[in-house]
Write a protein that binds this ligand. Sequence first.
Ligand code: PNS
Length: 162
Amino acid sequence: MAIGVYPGSFDPFTCGHMDILKCAAGLLDTVVVAVLQNTGKTPLFSVEERVALIEDAVRAEGLKNVRHDCFGGLLVDYARNVNAKYIVRGLRAVMDFEYEFQIGIMNNKLAPDVETLYFMANPEHMHISASIVKEVGALGGSIDGLVPEVNKSSIIERLKNR
Ligand code: PNS
């Protein structure tokens, strides 16, 4: 079984994340989308809410081999706990490379048995990031096509009441 973990903050999960997830789900037997329990930031959505939004988006896409979860601690420890041999990450433009290069090497040093797979974002979604979605949405701009349709109203509602 080729199991991959797709980790991230996903605050919120975007159409760019969905592109990467679909690519990984097409290649691997199972992909676990794992939301980082990051206590250091003030997120838009709680970890549980983010997991629920991802669950809705995955169901709407009909992805049968995708699971969802949250994790704390080291990513490679979590990957080993769920028997994942792969970590899935997306690359948008050059700006992502340095950061991904750094965490990729670190994870490889910590766990040489866990391989990181990088997927290129669809050019149509290369400009999307969770922070751009929050900024545009909070200022009243349209987030159509930036986040999964099924999550849109929850995100707009939360940004309004923030
Ligand atoms: O979506 P993000 O915020 O870019 O995801 C970052 C993430 C979750 C992949 C990274 O912060 C992470 O793996 N955190 C867990 C802690 C860890 O394992 N750190 C060592 C690798 S640098």
